[in-house]
Design a protein around this ligand. Structure first.
Ligand code: AMP
Length: 185
């Protein structure tokens, strides 16, 4: 199964992608986690992206796409994966199409939550890039660059909206139910 998790920052994509990847035994591929690893390992890439991430801006497409495509070539991605936080722009989505094919994705899970809940969650989380200015910028960047991807994938009929509010386990349950519906179809 090849899945994509889409939704605004703070909606719980990472948390849910981790749960669902375990439940479905597929790889969890998070570009945000990969960048954070580069930063904590002090790699040249980490040095390049640290400030961009702190501001809540997007890492350039070329850098992100190259890192992601390399990751998709690892053995654990052969049997399926959840992409969490990629693609975030139309050029990234097109690059993904070119690599895996336009009909390779089984579903795009779009997590939704009211804006107030997103801001509260991010400020409570306390990640390095969860300052108020960065949070505000990331929400704006999402609306401008990433939200159009919902329409992009809707044309393929693979968008599955899931309400991202409530208890973590409840939300996981909703996603797994949607996925079970897919395999019955
Ligand atoms: P996340 O953990 O998904 O919230 O990502 C944290 C930060 O990493 C983002 O605010 C961006 O700066 C960067 N990032 C993660 N994924 C991407 C992507 N697909 N394209 C560009 N930047 C990204």
């Amino acid at each position: 199964m090849r899945l994509l998790f889409l939704g605004p920052p703070g909606v719980g994509k990472g948390t849910q992608a981790a749960k669902v990847s375990t439940a479905c035994s597929i790889a969890h591929i998070s570009t945000g986690d990969m960048f954070r690893r580069h930063i904590s390992d002090g790699t040249p890439l980490g040095k390049r992206v640290g400030r961009i991430m702190d501001r809540g801006d997007l890492v350039p497409d070329s850098v992100t796409v190259e890192m992601l495509m390399d990751r998709l070539g690892h053995a654990d991605a052969a049997d399926g994966y959840i992409l969490d936080g990629f693609p975030r722009t139309l050029p990234q989505a097109r690059a993904l199409d070119e690599t895996i094919g336009e009909d390779a994705l089984d579903a795009v899970i779009v997590l939704t939550a009211p804006r107030d809940a997103l801001v509260d969650r991010m400020l409570a989380r306390g990640r390095a890039d969860d300052t108020e200015a960065s949070v505000r910028n990331r929400l704006a960047v999402y609306e401008r660059e990433t939200a159009p991807l919902v329409g992009f994938y809707q044309k393929r009929g693979i968008v599955m909206p899931v309400r991202g509010t409530g208890a973590i386990e409840e939300i996981t349950g909703r996603i797994l139910e949607v996925l079970a519906g897919l395999s019955r179809a």
